[in-house]
Write a protein that binds this ligand. Structure first.
Ligand SMILES: NC(=O)c1ccc[n+]([C@@H]2O[C@H](COP(=O)([O-])OP(=O)(O)OC[C@H]3O[C@@H](n4cnc5c(N)ncnc54)[C@H](O)[C@@H]3O)[C@@H](O)[C@H]2O)c1
Length: 252
């Protein structure tokens, strides 16, 4: 696990009550950053994880809010920045598949308007909302944004066509924001492959084995594997607009 000195910095991680977001918030806090953990207001894991991290001596706060809702998202960012006293790192990690089982690409009728709008609003517009609301504060300190995309955004293959398109959009948005917020703020992304997390879309046993068979490193990525890549991109001073594939070689 890589570490670096983030003492004196302030960070906000969305979708931080579990999986990659929780591992990232924990790693940033262990490195000395004061961290706000965002997740859905109704998610009981958020308060529980924040309490657990505080009990272990880490400087963290809860920042509940739905990144898929414009006013809720803006209020969440504004309140978190006020409470943290500024912002140096924004990790746009919250995401949804909006389905509990994968939707085959050929099944065009299985993705209705509601699913399209939910997936795009949370996975693509959400990071834009957060970046826009945090941009002034990030600019002041010369901060960084890291977005959690997916190899689905590169290959078109994922839990659904809508999900893959939302992540492709986020890869593109990463480049656009890198140019829009330069030179003060760097904007990068990670693209995970197979992840061992409580993600709400579950593949069949056969589907999982088929996916893992395409991973040369022969295992799913642990949340910590992605957290350290996010930490690297938050810290790497001459990288911007880049999407780092973190997939154990799956797309090589
Ligand atoms: N699990 C995978 O297979 C996989 C693969 C590639 C990329 N990703 C991406 O990684 C990121 C993290 O996923 P994970 O695997 O850690 O799953 P996870 O389910 O453990 O974490 C996702 C978190 O996001 C939160 N969230 C969902 N919608 C939200 C909203 N509107 N506002 C705020 N929080 C919200 C959830 O409550 C959850 O705590 C997501 O962006 C996902 O698209 C996951």
């Amino acid at each position: 696990m890589i570490t670096c000195d983030l003492a004196g910095t302030r960070s906000l991680v969305t979708g931080a009550a579990s999986g990659i977001g929780l591992a990232t918030a924990t790693l940033f806090a262990r490195c000395g950053s004061r961290v706000a953990l965002n997740d859905l207001p109704g998610n009981p894991h958020l308060a529980r994880e924040v309490a657990r991290l505080r009990d272990s001596g880490l400087d963290v706060i809860a920042a509940p809010g739905d990144v898929g809702d414009e006013s809720d998202c803006e209020a969440m960012i504004s309140d978190a920045i006020d409470e943290l006293g500024g912002l140096d790192h924004l990790v746009n990690n919250a995401g949804t598949p909006a389905t509990s089982i994968p939707v085959p690409p050929r099944d065009l009728d299985a993705i209705d308007e509601d699913m399209w709008l939910k997936v795009l609003s949370v996975n693509l517009v959400g990071p834009y909302r957060c970046a826009r609301a945090a941009s002034e504060s990030l600019r002041q300190g010369g901060g960084a944004i890291v977005n959690t995309c997916s190899v689905a955004g590169l290959t078109g293959v994922g839990s659904s066509t809508a999900y893959a398109a939302s992540k492709a959009g986020l890869i593109n948005l990463t480049q656009a924001l890198a140019k829009a917020l330069a030179p003060e703020v760097r904007v990068n992304a990670v693209a995970p492959g197979v992840v061992d997390s409580p993600w709400e879309c579950r593949w069949s046993e056969e589907g999982n084995q088929e996916r893992l068979a395409r991973v040369p490193l022969n295992r799913a990525g642990e949340p910590d594997d992605f957290a350290e890549s996010i930490l690297f991109l938050a810290h790497a001073s001459y990288i911007t607009g880049h999407t780092l594939v973190v997939d154990g070689g799956m797309t090589a």
